[in-house]
Design a protein around this ligand. Sequence first.
Ligand SMILES: Nc1ncnc2c1ncn2[C@@H]1O[C@H](COP(=O)(O)OP(=O)(O)O)[C@@H](O)[C@H]1O
Ligand SMILES: [Mg+2]
Length: 583
Amino acid sequence: MTPFKWVYSFLKKYRGKMLLGLFFTTFIALLTIVYPVISGIIVDDVIGAGNYAKLPVLIGSLLGVTVLKGVLRYSSQILFEICSQGVLYSMRDTVYRKFLSEDIGFYNRHRTGDLMSRQTGDMDAVRHFFAHTIYTLYENSLLLSFALIMIFTVNVKLALCMLIVLPFTAITTYGQSKQVRPAFSKIRQQYSSLNAFVQENISGNRVVKAFAKEDYEIEKFNKENDAYREAELEASGIWMKYVPIFEFLSNVLTVVLMVYGGYMVIKGEMTMGDLVTVNGYLWMLMVPLRFCGWWINDVHRFVTSAEKIYTTYNQEPNVKRPERPVERTHFRGDVSFRDVSYKADNADIISDISFDVKAGQTVGIIGTTGSGKSTVMNLLCRFFDTAQGEVLVDGVNVKDLDLYDLRDNIGIAMQDVFLFSDTIEGNIAYGRPDCSFEEVKKAAKMADANLFIQNMPDGYDTIVGERGVGLSGGQKQRISLARALIKDPAILILDDTTSAVDMETESYIQKQLKNIEKDCTIFIIAYRISSIKDADLILVMDNGRIVERGTHDELVAAGGYYATAFHHQYGDFQKGGDEDGKK
Ligand SMILES: Nc1ncnc2c1ncn2[C@@H]1O[C@H](COP(=O)(O)OP(=O)(O)O)[C@@H](O)[C@H]1O
Ligand SMILES: [Mg+2]
């Protein structure tokens, strides 16, 4: 599909209204040519021949035409507005849905501000085209054609003379189009870039402040701002060269009419009334010519924006929903990884990951930062697809499960907590908006969040700022944990969820997790041994591989990375004793 077919597909629903609007516009154009005809008659018959009886009828018709035109103009404007807003609405909706269906890779590739410009500035250029440009172009083409036809009926020689400007107009239009197109493309690019910069800076404002980097950021902003201004000026530089040419061509028409028309009137080949009539049509030729340059701009703004929106829209997610998913709405929670590896940009991120977990078991994952712990969980949620091997949930490959069914059964408290600007209750109930307040409170209690929430000014109704502004790291983690728990998931993933809470709170949460009524498979990623030591299976990861596995006791006995970490965190009593014994 081309970008324009795609854009047209949104117009289809409004085609009837659009055509009706264009029909009204045709009518308006036809009525417009009545004015000069009546003026001509007034000059020749009323003023020239003294036929004053005709005057009331003629003036009555002028008034009638004016009123009718007004009504038609009003109706057509409303129709075009409805169409353009309708197109904008469905396009925005479709693009937004597509954004939501995109995988995490898509969001890694695109800057937020960039995606925002697709939905704002670019969409508006498309709307402007449907609300104004289409009918303006159509009406003026009609006026130009009608005026030419009418001038032909008045005087063929004069009409032919006036046609001289058309080829020049065509050449100029072509020239401007060709030059201005890349310039507009650049404008859209710079606009996106500026938008992305501002978005990133506002989001990251706290870091900027913490490092006192305001001056540095202002300098960078100025560069973006300059680049955008330059792009706009460059485009203006191009079309401004053409505006005077169009202006000149439209003025040539007046000269032709006055010189050649006047000459014919003097020679008696044309009446004065005819000259007045043609003069009345003159503006219908001049306006399209004069504004040609601006319309070319509008068209190109639309074309570049439509292309940009479509290109972003047209990116298919790598993580696809299966065509015929295995029907499964409730999972037990068995998880198996079979020789799983994952690559990003051809670099191995994780390799040869294999393990089996029975429903209801707890798995602890520990390892250095960047060792691939979160990646393993991302593959389980199918945020990415494996490069090799299989991830099975209840014995079914996750690629064969419906993405929503799969994720509906997983509760995840992610490593970087994101909270919406909503009430605390709204944030906790995010996965189950229909749940009762009691359930929200229960989940909060399990996550040891109930107390601090109740102490907040509006309790559960406290609105947390964007991303949870106003809460401490540990508080955010606990809300995020409550949000995962309330889903009552078959698989619960806690990715570094208790790193920012104190030991006491952590041990309380651990106890609560053991009390979950439903059999729930739990994955705990943590740096603290205390978080995972009771797990049924502990996996130690390093450099994308599982280097040790077993229970706490087995791993301590094995004396590897886990044992060292254990001794570091719990002191060296045992280690010292053992070593003494060996000596
Ligand atoms: N989308 C990605 N593209 C490229 N590299 C990635 C991507 N995601 C993660 N990585 C890399 O993969 C490695 C493992 O990351 P991660 O699983 O987040 O580690 P952990 O959670 O153990 O700290 C890191 O070296 C990280 O830089
Ligand atoms: Mg991680």
